[in-house]
Design a protein around this ligand. Structure first.
Ligand SMILES: O=C(O)[C@H](O)[C@@H](O)[C@H](O)[C@H](O)COP(=O)(O)O
Length: 225
């Protein structure tokens, strides 16, 4: 694990957007396409704002998908898809190939689980960006989820549906083996509580600290606020 500390979050977001763009550009020098996976939640928005404006990237050759999604209508303020479309898939990045975790046609309110068949087609992940909760969850791999063991299983499907007892809605998540297969992994966190959680996680197993799925090979980007 590499740990990079920044003077403030704004500097971290700009620097990480540059790192992501550079990695994608390098990959596209030798490969036809690249795959970028990003988290939802409240942290990554400013990264998306900066990255979406990167005009020198050939976004038409970049697949973009979420690490996980809440099971809500796609226009819900809780929707990571809404966050992605509002703040990343705009400007030059609007040309990217968005890969849904579940088919838009699926009606989340009816619980119809139609997982996107195209996720497997865009693996392995070129650049994986993840957030983390203070409970050491990442994506929607939560320590207290009844489906966590299944999601950690190397034989798990690429996308798994999970119940999360203390979250307002069910979720879907990329499974551990898909996350672990990423070529480069960046974890972006803010605050003293999450820094302490990363320290704690290094002494726990994946069931207690799902972030351990990727931590050893990741660069952790941290700012106090
Ligand atoms: O759907 C989500 O909520 C995210 O994908 C999730 O894994 C997030 O990265 C962490 O919960 C941290 O969230 P914050 O950035 O809001 O602290």
């Amino acid at each position: 694990m590499k740990f990079v500390e920044y003077a403030d979050a704004d500097m971290m977001f700009l620097a990480l957007a540059d790192v992501i763009a550079g990695s994608l550009e390098n990959h596209l020098f030798s490969e036809e396409t690249a795959t970028l996976v990003v988290p939802g939640g409240t942290t990554p928005g400013p990264i998306f704002d900066s990255l979406s404006a990167t005009a020198h990237l050939d976004w038409s050759r970049i697949n973009v998908l979420l690490s996980d999604e809440r099971w809500v209508p796609l226009d819900s303020p809780r929707s990571n898809t809404k966050l992605l479309k509002d703040r990343l898939l705009t400007g030059p990045a609007a040309a990217a190939r968005y890969v849904p975790l579940f088919c838009d046609a699926a009606d989340p309110s009816a619980g119809a689980l139609a997982l996107g068949p195209s996720v497997e087609d865009v693996l392995p992940i070129t650049v994986l960006v993840l957030g983390m909760g203070a409970d050491m969850h990442t994506a929607s791999l939560f320590p207290n989820s009844p489906q966590l063991a299944g999601a950690l299983d190397p034989k798990a499907p690429a996308v798994v549906a999970v119940d999360v007892p203390d979250q307002p809605e069910d979720r879907v998540s990329l499974s551990a083996s898909v996350l672990r297969g990423a070529i480069s992994t960046h974890i972006v966190i803010k605050g003293a509580d999450k820094r302490a959680a990363v320290e704690r996680a290094q002494h726990l197993d994946e069931m207690a600290a799902p972030i351990q799925t990727v931590l050893s090979s990741a660069t952790v980007h941290w700012a106090e606020s």
